[in-house]
Design a protein. Structure first.
Length: 374
């Protein structure tokens, strides 16, 4: 069913729905979590190693699940497997596949050297997880901490620009569609990257706090203060860039602005959640909230909600504007079926299943940390 506003029937429907909104949200968390990696391995904040470990588990899980979102969006998802076997280098999809493959390979190489010591120790414990861990050592039985640390630092440094470029590619594709008034701007790529940092840090912080609580471990909020401040700073930067984006939209798309205003008004709830949420993270990140576990958890939750709303406002309103500039068409979001909310929920469950699987194999804490505690 198509609901329209305007004098005549628009000549299209909203093709990309909640699945395509979720896809850049997942890849954004992957890219944003690499900021924690940069703090640990490039800026030497080794006290954040456990936080980075949790973020790495989450990033791998999201990388494996994220491609399923656009696949489920296809009328015939099985055709997605033709991309690597019948590559069309004039299509932007093949570049996505290349970037995804490179990033996944880099993350697995980093994982091997990061968790090799844990795999060796886990293999000695026996059991099903020990057998899996023993297989993942690929025959390596000796422990070489210093050599492994150097390789982890190298692959961590490589993963940061690759992850950022992989996520920015979504913004690049959308900004290339100049026929869409809300997408035809080069600043869109920057908006995607900045908000990705906010959600990536927020997801990592929240997951770490919840994981520690489940294990009955204490969380030192002072340790998490630096990433919280970074998250708040990028929330402010995001608000600034969004202001520039919409001012430029108004300036360059004066003729289309009445339709743009109609699309914005139809999605006003999401815009309010986005802007109010980012403003709360900006202000709250520089208040005593950054010194308590509850406050950091609240800021993280708000950051995730506001960035998801930001993904909605980036994907949906632009499609609502009629290509003939005669009105707008409202999206029809289903609960069950193709492009349904249940598909998105299933993707989230799959992410957490993979996350707990990785934790079960490699362990929540590193082998070196266990030895220090002992």
């Amino acid at each position: 069913m198509i609901v329209t506003h305007g004098p005549t029937l628009p000549n299209h429907i909203v093709e990309w729905g909640v699945l395509i909104v979720t896809y850049p949200y997942f890849t954004g968390i992957v890219a944003g979590s690499t900021v924690i990696t940069a703090l640990v391995y490039l800026f030497g904040l080794r006290k954040l190693e456990q936080l980075e470990r949790a973020g790495h588990f989450l990033a791998i899980a999201l990388m494996l699940v994220a491609p399923l979102a656009p696949m489920f969006d296809l009328t015939q998802p099985i055709r997605a497997f033709k991309v690597p076997f019948y590559p069309n280098f004039s299509s932007p999809i093949i570049l996505f596949f290349i970037l995804w493959t490179i990033l996944l390979l880099v993350m697995f190489l980093k994982s091997y050297f990061l968790f090799r010591r844990d795999f060796i120790q886990k293999a000695k414990e026996g059991g099903i997880w020990g057998s899996i861990a023993g297989f993942l050592t690929f025959g390596a039985k000796d422990v070489r901490p210093e050599e492994d640390d150097k390789k982890v630092k190298f692959w961590a440094g490589v993963s940061i620009p690759v992850a950022m470029f992989f996520h920015a590619y979504v913004g690049f594709l959308m900004s290339a569609m100049h026929s869409m008034p809300l997408w035809g701007t080069s600043i869109l790529l920057l908006v995607f990257l900045i908000s990705a940092v906010v959600s990536g840090i927020g997801a990592t912080l929240l997951l770490y706090i919840v994981g520690q609580a489940i294990l009955g471990e204490k969380v030192n909020p002072q340790v998490l203060k630096v990433p919280t401040l970074v998250m708040a700073s990028f929330a402010g930067f995001d608000l600034f860039v969004l202001f520039i984006k919409y001012v430029s939209e108004w300036y360059w798309n004066t003729a289309e602005w009445p339709l743009i205003a109609m699309a914005i008004k139809a999605n006003m709830l999401f815009y309010l959640v986005e802007f109010v949420g980012l403003l709360f993270v900006l202000i709250g990140g520089f208040t005593p909230l950054n010194s308590t576990v509850g406050g950091i958890s609240l800021l993280s939750i708000v950051s995730l909600i506001s960035v998801y709303a930001a993904r909605w406002t980036m994907v949906i309103p632009a499609q609502m504007i009629d290509k003939g500039h005669r009105g707008i068409v409202e999206p029809h979001i289903k609960l069950i079926g193709r492009e349904g909310v249940t598909e998105v929920i299933a993707l989230y469950f799959l992410v957490f299943f993979l996350f707990f699987l990785f934790v079960s194999i490699a362990g929540w804490k590193s082998a070196s940390h266990k030895e220090e505690v002992a």
